[in-house]
Design a protein around this ligand. Structure first.
Ligand code: NDP
Length: 276
């Protein structure tokens, strides 16, 4: 019997999810069908509801539907509830259950694959959109020495810091208040790279021997990574996060955690200054 899954998002032409999950399924001899479903904002609730009622096992949700799927679901797992946004769902006993594995995938990549434990480190998170929301709780759970959040629209960073304050301390700083501080780990969770831009961060935020992590992936050195490359920080892009969050999702669906190393290698675009 074939297990059916789908990712909802827009656009999805470049989504690697079908390839990733098909490869994971082959590791366990599972027969899996994984579709891409693009829909309008107005059409999302009906399309998602119809798919979930058609005998499917689950799937993923990406921009711009991460909040809409959260709102549509009958049951929200604690990480999803904390973030108010989801990237994964399953249908269990006829009920749609949603989860958010983005942050867990990011932490797994930073700590396990790249060898930078967050505990005791000074961490700067840039951006306060969907990806940052998913990252904050797993970051705080990893016990960094400090977590600073910076966003172009400061009010959104303050709102996120307030939302997550029961889970740990978050300091909000504006971009122009970053000139006198540096960090062990700097994570670019803005979408600036999508338009070839760099968030307005000074190059002094990167510590030599630290890590500069770009969530955007697929195009090698982005302006953010180019800036960081001058500082002697290790550079990384978000392919590892993408594959690790998918492995967490697969484990949630099947209770089996796939091996991720080959898939990360296969999807990685070399960063010309520094291979992954
Ligand atoms: P959102 O649209 O939800 O949020 C975008 C964020 O980027 C906002 O905080 C916005 O600030 C900020 N921003 C946009 N342009 C600029 C700019 N020029 N300078 C500074 N800040 C800017 O996006 P997501 O959170 O969903 O995605 C963020 C990035 O993460 C994308 O590049 C996406 O591809 C990547 N991503 C990667 C994943 C992976 O698995 N590797 C998973 C999910 C996302 P403001 O609030 O002021 O508008």
């Amino acid at each position: 019997m074939t297990d059916r899954f789908a990712i909802f998002g827009r656009p999805l032409d470049h989504s690697k999810s079908p390839q990733i999950y098909q490869t994971f399924a082959r590791q366990f001899g599972i027969d899996l069908d994984y579709q891409k479903i693009e829909t309008s904002d107005q059409g999302f609730a009906a399309a998602f509801g119809t798919f979930c009622k058609s005998g499917v096992k689950g799937g993923n949700v990406t921009a711009p539907f991460k909040v809409m799927a959260y709102e549509a679901a009958a049951r929200k797992m604690p990480r999803a509830a904390a973030a108010g946004a989801v990237n994964c769902y399953k249908v269990k006993d006829g009920e749609v259950v949603v989860e958010n594995f983005d942050g867990l995938g990011l932490v797994a990549d930073i700590e396990r694959n790249l060898g930078f434990p967050l505990a005791g480190k000074d961490v700067l998170l840039l951006g306060a959109g969907g990806a940052a929301r998913g990252a904050i709780l797993p970051f705080l759970d990893s016990r960094p020495s400090s977590l600073v959040l910076t966003n172009r629209t400061p009010a959104k960073a303050h709102a996120l810091a307030a939302r997550f304050s029961p889970h740990g301390a978050i300091e909000v700083r504006d971009y122009d208040a970053l000139a006198d501080v540096s960090f062990d780990i700097v994570v670019n969770a803005t979408s600036a790279s999508l338009s070839g831009k760099c968030p307005a961060v000074p190059d002094t935020v990167f510590r030599r021997g630290g890590l500069a992590y770009e969530l955007f992936y697929g195009e090698g050195l982005t302006p953010f990574l180019t800036l960081a490359s001058r500082s002697g920080a290790k550079l990384a892009h978000g392919v590892g996060m993408l594959v690790e969050q998918a492995a967490e999702a697969f484990n949630w669906w099947y209770g089996k955690r796939p091996d991720t190393k080959d898939m990360i290698q296969m999807l990685s675009v070399p960063l010309s200054a520094q291979p992954r």
